[in-house]
Design a protein around this ligand. Structure first.
Ligand code: ZN
Length: 281
C-alpha cells in the first residue's frame, strides 16, 4: 500500500550523471554517497513510496548538459515509483519553450526551476513564453524558494543570488499573472517563509513542499500553518539526496501536527495534485 509521495527528489542525468561524484558545491551534508536512479527506485519501493524526480538544466551558467529523456526513461522503467518532471534552462529562449513541449511529449508531468543556480528572475517577461507553454500543456512548475545549500559557505556563495528565490515579489507575480498555472514553492522559504505563507494563503494556484530542511528545523509559523490554514496545499518532500526520506519522516513524526493532517501532507494532497487514483495503487 502506498504510504507517502515524496514530491521532491533529485536525480542526475547527462553530463551531471557522469560528473556527479566529482562535482563541487552539491549539497553533501548527509554524507550519503550518491546513489543511482535504480538504487533510488529500490529505496522508494522498500519504503512503499512514490517520488517526483527531476534534474535541473543550468547549462548557460555551468556548461553542463542534462537529459530530460533520461528522466522520462527512469519514469518509464519504474512507472509505479517515479513521476518525472522536466527542466529547461530559461535562458535558452525558444529552444527552452520547444523543450517544454518535448518534455510533455515524453510523458513528464511538470517542470522544475532553480532560480539561484539558473540565475534568473522569474517574473521577467522574457520567460513568459515558457510559462505559457506550461499552461498550454498543463504542466505545473516547481520553483525553488528560500536560501540554498548550493554555494553556501563559499566566497561569494558561488556567485549565486538568493534574491531570485523570494516568494514575494517573484512567485506572487507569476502566480497572479498565470492563475491557470499551478506552482509549487519548493522548501520552507527561510528567511522569507512568512512571505511564502502569505502567498500560499492568498493564491489558490500556489502550493509548497516541505523538502530540503530537516523537520526539526522548520520555522514555527510553517508548522502552524501547515497544521491549519494551508493543510490541503502542503506536500512531503525530502530533497533527496540532501535528506533521506527516512530521516525526514522520523523527524516529521515528532512535530505537533494533527493526526487528521499528517496523511494529507504525506500522501493525499500530492495524490490529488498529481491526479493519482490511490485505490488503484
Ligand atoms: Zn531540490
Amino acid at each position: 500500500m502506498l504510504k507517502a509521495i515524496d514530491m521532491h527528489a533529485h536525480i542526475y542525468t547527462g553530463d551531471r550523471a557522469k560528473q556527479q561524484l566529482a562535482k563541487a558545491g552539491v549539497p553533501s551534508a548527509t554524507g550519503h554517497r550518491r546513489i543511482t536512479p535504480d538504487e533510488m527506485a529500490e529505496m522508494y519501493q522498500r519504503l512503499e513510496m512514490r517520488a517526483v524526480i527531476f534534474d535541473v538544466d543550468q547549462e548557460t551558467r555551468t556548461g553542463l548538459k542534462i537529459s530530460n529523456a533520461e528522466t522520462a526513461g527512469w519514469m518509464k522503467k519504474y512507472p509505479k515509483t517515479f513521476i518525472g518532471y522536466g527542466s529547461v534552462d530559461p535562458w535558452k529562449g525558444k529552444a527552452a519553450v520547444d523543450e517544454v513541449g518535448r518534455c510533455a511529449d515524453m510523458g513528464l508531468r511538470g517542470m522544475k526551476f532553480q532560480q539561484a543556480t539558473q540565475a534568473f528572475e522569474p517574473s521577467n517577461k522574457r520567460f513568459f513564453p515558457i510559462y505559457e507553454a506550461c499552461v498550454r500543456l498543463n504542466l505545473p512548475i516547481i520553483f525553488h524558494t528560500g536560501t540554498t545549500a548550493i554555494g553556501a559557505g563559499t566566497a561569494g556563495g558561488g556567485g549565486l543570488l538568493l534574491e531570485y528565490c523570494r516568494p514575494i515579489p517573484y512567485i506572487d507575480r507569476v502566480a497572479a499573472w498565470y492563475p491557470e498555472l499551478r506552482i509549487i514553492m519548493a522548501h520552507p522559504a527561510w528567511p522569507w517563509h512568512d512571505e511564502q505563507l502569505a502567498v500560499m494563503r492568498h493564491k489558490a494556484n500556489v502550493y509548497m513542499d516541505l523538502s530540503g530542511w530537516a523537520p526539526k528545523y522548520f520555522p514555527e509559523s510553517v508548522v502552524q500553518n501547515a497544521n491549519t490554514l494551508i493543510q490541503d496545499k502542503v506536500f512531503f518532500g525530502s530533497d533527496f539526496p540532501v535528506l533521506t526520506p527516512e530521516r525526514w519522516l522520523s523527524e516529521f513524526a515528532a512535530l505537533p501536527i494533527k493526526d487528521t493532517v499528517r496523511p494529507k501532507i504525506l500522501l493525499h494532497n500530492a495524490a490529488k495534485f498529481l491526479g493519482l487514483d490511490l485505490s488503484a495503487s
